[in-house]
Design a protein around this ligand. Structure first.
Ligand code: ADP
Ligand code: MG
Length: 286
């Protein structure tokens, strides 16, 4: 077929809700060999909903949820927002912690009248020497664990929804001969559940924000030009480090700013579509 001019490439993109921030993005997209995606908000909707509250020992469900909500009072993370919503649904009283610290990729540490609280993933509690003998993983869900004064207090399982077009988009990429990979800070169980139902080739779980960039560089060495698709605040360094960085339009401002391509509709179909448009676009006239 007749190649599109550079400007028609930009135009074809905009009609599909794809914003190319210049010709470099289109050029780099043509030769993408591996598409590396963040899980939350990219492959899943990022609409977390609390499913089960499982306190340990004699603690009541309401008490555990209230402790978690106190930790998340200032949270902008989708996990934190879902915990706050569940606590409000049950009209639980909210305490504002005396001291609050976010530990990126792990969770929150808060000092409240109830004690020193830890609210986050397994890694956070383990590195604070909390005994997790009483913890049971709920396969496929994102698990938030709580500890009070160094003692395990229970867990909350939270579910997210895979975007309905995810499998078809992954299949399109594979048909184009492009490898697919998913990176996440979430647990292996939650990551594998998403990968197996969408057909993604490779999965890397339990990553810290800094690990994501290292992994991307390794995949790049092995497979060739790498594209990263993400939406989070923590994703900006990876977006900037990829040959092509793409952000979901629903994502954080920092991610949208750092990206070369923005998918305004947040649909995963836009990923193969943007590569198709780039391949049809002729060389930039200079
Ligand atoms: P991703 O977007 O890949 O899930 P994040 O870096 O945002 O990665 O988070 C990684 C993990 O850290 C989450 O899956 C969760 O276990 C934990 N976490 C991060 N922020 C919070 C929070 N506010 N409350 C509880 N857990 C959190
Ligand atoms: Mg994220």
């Amino acid at each position: 077929s007749v190649p599109l001019s550079f400007f028609s490439g930009i135009g074809a993109g905009s009609r599909k809700g794809i914003l190319f921030k210049g010709g470099i993005a289109l050029e780099a997209l043509k030769n993408v060999k591996v598409v590396v995606m963040d899980k939350t908000g990219t492959i899943t909707k990022g609409n977390f909903v609390v499913q089960t509250v499982s306190p340990s020992g004699s603690m009541k469900k309401e008490e555990l949820l209230a402790l978690a909500a106190a930790c998340e009072t200032a949270s902008t993370h989708p996990i934190g927002i879902s915990i706050l919503a569940a606590a409000r649904d049950q009209s639980l009283s909210e305490e504002t912690p005396r001291d609050l610290a976010e530990i990126p990729g792990k969770g929150i540490r808060a000092v409240t009248s109830a004690g020193v609280l830890l609210c986050g993933n397994r890694k956070l509690l383990e590195e604070n020497q909390v005994d997790l003998a009483g913890f049971k993983e709920d396969s496929g869900s994102t698990m938030v664990l709580l500890a009070k004064d160094g003692v395990y207090a229970g867990s909350i399982s939270i579910s997210d929804t895979i975007k309905p077009e995810a499998s078809a988009a992954i299949a399109s990429l594979k048909k184009m001969g492009i490898q697919t990979a998913m990176l996440t800070g979430d647990s292996e169980a939650a990551a594998n559940a998403v990968a197996s139902s969408t057909g993604i080739d490779r999965v890397y779980a339990k990553l810290l924000p800094g690990d994501k960039l290292d992994l991307l560089q390794n995949l790049r060495k092995e497979a060739g030009n790498a594209m990263f698709v993400g939406d989070g605040i923590n994703d900006a360094p990876v977006l900037a480090g990829a040959d092509v960085g793409a952000a979901m339009g629903s994502g954080a401002d920092a991610a949208i700013e750092a990206a070369d391509v923005v998918y305004m509709t947040s649909s995963m179909e836009a990923i193969p579509e943007s590569i198709r448009i780039a391949k049809k676009t002729g060389a930039i006239a200079t």
